[in-house]
Design a protein. Sequence first.
Length: 202
Amino acid sequence: MATVNEILSDVANQVAKLRFPSGVIFKDGNPVDNTEKYINDFGSVVSREVRTTAFLIQRDAKKILNTPNEFGRVTTNLGLLRDSIKVDIRGDGAKTTAIVFVGKEYGVWVEFGRRGLKSSPKDTNDKNAGRAAWPPFAPIFQWVKERGIFDNKISQSSITYLIQRKIANHGIKPQPYLLPAYRLHIKKFKERIAEAVKSIRL
């Protein structure tokens, strides 16, 4: 699995390989250097496509979390994980960058799964899959309350603890949401940038 820096480097390399037309044109028989105009127009295209792509990734990641699985359940029960997916836009022109990030600490465990101390579900071999750390109490407790799970013999806090222990010992299977959205739209991003370069007029 590529790191974020490796992915961004790949995008930069793809853009760098695009063929740019010469900035010199002839007007009334005299050479006119329109390089600056071309760079500005290209920067506007990059800025627009980076922003568009980032928000599309955010939208589809949330959509995946809201899609019921084979058991009719959605990955995000309270919407806490879904609502924590944000976009941070920085810079402008050709230097525009966008970061799509997940604010909840357990988002990485949902994406890559979580290996258990005693056993692990399938497909949790990714290096980003967590292990050993005790899962957070608050979101599980909220989930227990929202679902109305209770037992006359033990408290909801105790039920939460039992769920925590099960996750710690046996893990959870991955439920990717951010990477599928990224892979879909980063491919389209590269294609749109290439097409945009061809359409820019000097």
